[in-house]
Design a protein around this ligand. Structure first.
Ligand code: NCD
Ligand code: ZN
Length: 346
């Protein structure tokens, strides 16, 4: 039995930091042990232009703890108005690493998302030529599609076509939640990969809905049935290079989630790597954690691996029940749960 594991410093390839005073909480939480974080652009006023990304990056960096070398990797938000020039500028900037597709209305702050995917073909073409990564929130949003089918329908209706038409466009299918997504990513080439969140590995829809609604497990894409959870665990822990860590840590104040119309998003950063460690430990493949957390993502984004290392020790501790946030509080993912692994910080 291993009691300690040293890994190349991990990165988080999908996080929501929000803006302004939220950054007091989210940036130190992101910088605690991750080397880099891909910062989602779904602010109230989305990050559409390279100048928006540059300003947002500065605001984030002002909150970076002293001495930390953590880096925010910026992302542009695709809208109906995104131009080819935006793509060329993004590539040239050096700090914008991807462009994110949200279907209009799919999730938190996505009202400015794309209304019709095919209109983006010239943009996808420019991205393929510039070799800029496309991140996809892979859900359809038409009201006739059941919420539990939205991801698999997206793959069949849209992703297959995008892959055929833009075979060398690097695509990350974000926060996958279904066996269909796992299979589609596995059977595809090296231009397609996927991130997986801790909540989709640790929970299924029974955890969210049996014995009373658990609003703190409500995120999008929504938790699916246990067969999907098992397929995701197999994909994440199986050693494939195509899957990597993206927490989708997404803070919402407690009252916004415990509400008649609760927000989607789980804040996992108080225990992010530790939650993944539980999953890998349960699957008895702790030796596969490093590739998932610290290698596969960097390689897909064509960035060097982090040079430092971190150590996980087998030590039991309890995820905090709540943490202060913008004059309110957040109930983090797995609040009050006893975990077996802890990152040992210097
Ligand atoms: C995210 C958020 O709160 O910004 N919510 C979520 O449920 N994952 C948005 C997103 O990534 O879909
Ligand atoms: Zn997200």
């Amino acid at each position: 039995m291993i009691n300690q594991l040293t890994l190349i410093q991990p990165d988080d390839w999908h996080v929501h930091l929000r803006d302004n005073e939220a950054l007091d909480v989210t940036v130190p939480a992101a910088a605690r042990y991750f080397g880099r974080s891909i910062v989602m652009p779904n602010l109230k006023m989305p990050v559409r232009k390279v100048t928006d990304a540059s300003r947002y990056r500065q605001r984030i960096l002002q909150h970076r703890p002293k001495g930390s070398k953590w880096l925010p990797l910026m992302v542009l938000y695709l809208t109906d108005d995104t131009s080819k020039e935006d793509i060329f500028e993004a590539k040239k900037s050096g700090f914008v690493h991807a462009v994110k597709y949200y279907p209009a209305g799919a999730t938190t702050n996505s009202a400015n998302g794309v209304s019709q995917l095919t209109r983006l073909d010239p943009i996808f073409d420019a991205m393929q030529n510039s070799d800029l990564v496309l991140q996809i929130h892979g859900e359809v949003t038409d009201e006739n599609t059941d919420i539990f089918d939205r991801e698999s329908v997206f793959i069949d209706r849209h992703l297959r076509r995008i892959k055929e038409q833009f075979p060398e466009l690097r695509i990350v299918l974000e926060h996958i939640t279904t066996a269909q997504a796992v299979q589609y990513v596995e059977e595809n080439d090296r231009y397609l990969s996927a991130t997986i969140t801790p909540q989709h590995l640790l929970y299924n829809r029974n955890h969210m809905l049996v014995g009373g609604i658990q609003p703190h497990l409500y995120c999008l894409p929504i938790l699916k049935r246990d067969t999907h959870q098992k397929a995701l665990v197999k994909a994440a822990t199986g050693g494939s290079k195509k899957f990597f860590l993206g927490t989708d840590s997404a803070p919402h104040a407690m009252e916004a989630k415990e509400s008649a119309c609760g927000c989607a998003g789980c804040f996992s950063h108080p225990a992010a790597l530790e939650l993944y460690a539980e999953v890998f430990d349960q699957a008895d493949v702790m030796h596969h954690l490093e590739a998932f957390s610290s290698i596969n993502g960097a390689q897909f984004y064509q960035l060097p691996l982090n040079e430092s290392q971190i150590t996980l020790v087998k030590e039991s501790w309890t995820v905090p029940h709540e943490i202060p946030y913008c004059g309110s509080k957040i109930v983090p993912l797995a609040a009050g749960t006893k975990l077996n692994w802890k990152v040992k910080l210097p």
